[in-house]
Every structure is written in C-alpha cells, then in structure tokens.
Ligand binder design. Structure first.
Ligand SMILES: [Zn+2]
Ligand SMILES: [Zn+2]
Length: 295
C-alpha cells in the first residue's frame, strides 16, 4: 500500500524520463516516528537536486522525523556540520571513509585530515565518528595498511571525545571485531548497514554493539541478514537508509532517500514478529540511546 508518486521534491522533471533514476513512491506513514540513522544528503542521484530541508520535509511526512547526516571525507564532513547547523532535524557524523583513507595517505594528508575531523567533531550536534572501519571489497594491498591505521585513529578520536563510533564493515567482519578488541571499543559502537550473519549478531549482542539495518535486509537474497535480525538483541537494532544507495525491495536499483525508511521498518517487523508501532518505538528509543537527543 502506498501513494503512487514520489514526494513532490523527488519527482522527475519532464526531461529526465529514465525510470531507473526515478525516486520510488512514498510509503504509507509509520504509526510512530523513527529516525534515519545514516544518510548522505550531499550525494545527489541523477538530475534531481533536493535541498536538505525538502528531503527532511518529505521524510517527516511519512514518520521519519530526523536523520544522521554522515560525512565521508573532509568536504562532506564540512557539509555535515553546515547541515546540522541549518536543520534541527539532523545530527551528524564525521570521518574519513575507509576507502578514502588510502587516498589521503597517498598524498601525505591523512594526519592533517584527521586533525580537522577532530575539530569538526567538537560541534555539539556531531554525535558520531563515522563512517570509519574496514572495506576489503574496494581496498586492497598497500591501501589496507592505511585503512587499518585510519580506523585505529578514528576509534581513538571517538573515545577521547566521548562520541559514538559508526562502523563501515564490508567483507571485513572478523578484522573489524579484532581491531575493536585490540584498541578497546568506545562506549557506543554502531555497525552501519549491518552486513553480518548470526555469528556477528551474537558478537554484537555480547558486546552491546548496535546493528543498523538498511534496505539490504529487504533484498530477496538477504536471508543471512534476516536471520541476524531475528536473533539480534531488541535493544541493539537501528534502521537506516544509507541513501542515496541501497534502496529497499521492490525498488532496488532506484535512488534512495530518508522517506524510504518505512519500507525497511515494515520488512523488519515481519522478521521480528513485532507489532509495527512497538518496533517503531523501540527503534526510536534505541536511536536516542546510540546518539543522544535531537532537542
Ligand atoms: Zn558505509
Ligand atoms: Zn554511508
């Protein structure tokens, strides 16, 4: 059940008629508001430009009342600070992404970039260091040395500033867990776009780490993610879009935005067997525990 059109700011202009780039229809609103725990409002998809304010208005109209805007490099981390200043529905996270760390290191600029990340993170509405972590899918060889070093430095910054650590883990579960054990994990750790199986979910349960589920858990071939969600500690689950990527089923491949969260939440409720309102309340409460208040 849904309206047949994307929210107004996301409707394609007449000259852009490629349906693969069309934003999906608005879902039925959630009965209890939740937050999008991970989005990139500065990444544009196709020809459609949507302002931060319009993006959050569209999200709010379907019960997604706020979001965590995430920086991946210096430019997007600076954008993140501006965005959280401009719209009270946003909190932010800043970092050098694991696939960007080798690029900065190659220019001899990783340490100065990390120093600026730490300065940006002092803003009271920046609540997380992320996304950081390990990505063995995109980075290989020598680049991994810089990636590991960068991950360790981000863990250190999160701990010193008392911020949540938001982890990007792609094909690197064991190594991420190992680095966290070696460094000592910050008080609050979130696996953004959780991509693990039951084993990683058990590790997260044991350590009190949050598992943030994205549209990927709705994909047909994602049985492992649904099995992980089924055994995840209810107090440790979150929901996110990682928009404009990872659009939930049945709109996989089309652009994503925070207003799409309800599709993923409904899919999560099918897995956990929870009443939809109860699941929404839990997700909202868990988000506040992970990142603090939006007020
Ligand atoms: Zn990521
Ligand atoms: Zn992301």
């Amino acid at each position: 059940m849904c309206n047949s059109l994307a929210p107004a700011p996301y409707r394609a202009s007449s000259e852009d008629t490629d349906s693969r780039r069309e934003y999906p229809p608005a879902p039925e609103p959630l009965p209890v508001p939740v937050m999008d725990n991970h989005t990139h409002l500065d990444f544009r998809h196709g020809l459609i430009e949507v302002s931060v304010r319009d993006a959050m208005d569209a999200a709010q109209s379907v019960g997604v009342q706020g979001a965590i805007q995430v920086g991946c490099d210096l430019e997007s981390s600076r954008f993140t600070v501006e965005a959280v200043d401009a719209d009270p529905r946003l909190l932010g996270a800043v970092a050098i992404h694991p696939n960007d760390a080798p690029v900065y290191a190659g220019r001899g600029e990783l340490e100065s970039a990390l120093a600026e990340i730490e300065e940006l993170a002092a803003h009271p509405r920046i609540r997380a260091i992320g996304e950081t972590g390990l990505d063995f899918f995109r980075t290989h060889g020598e680049g991994l040395v810089h990636q590991r070093h960068s991950f360790r430095r981000h863990i250190d910054i999160a701990k010193r500033l008392g911020l949540t650590l938001q982890i990007h883990d792609r094909d690197a579960h064991d190594d991420v867990v190992q680095v966290l054990a070696e460094e000592g994990a910050p008080e609050r750790v979130v696996f953004h776009c959780f991509s693990g199986d039951e084993e990683l979910a058990r590790t997260c349960n044991q350590n009190g780490w949050y598992m943030s589920f994205a549209g990927t858990m709705t994909f047909k071939n994602a049985g492992n993610l649904r099995s992980a969600l089924a055994i995840a500690e209810p107090s440790r689950i979150l929901v996110e879009t990682d928009s404009p990527f990872l659009t939930p089923h049945p709109y996989r491949g089309r652009p994503n935005a925070s207003y799409m969260v309800p599709y993923t939440v409904r899919s999560m409720a099918e897995v956990t067997g929870d009443d939809l309102s109860e699941l929404c309340s839990r997700l909202a409460e868990n988000t506040l525990q992970a990142y603090g208040s939006w007020a």
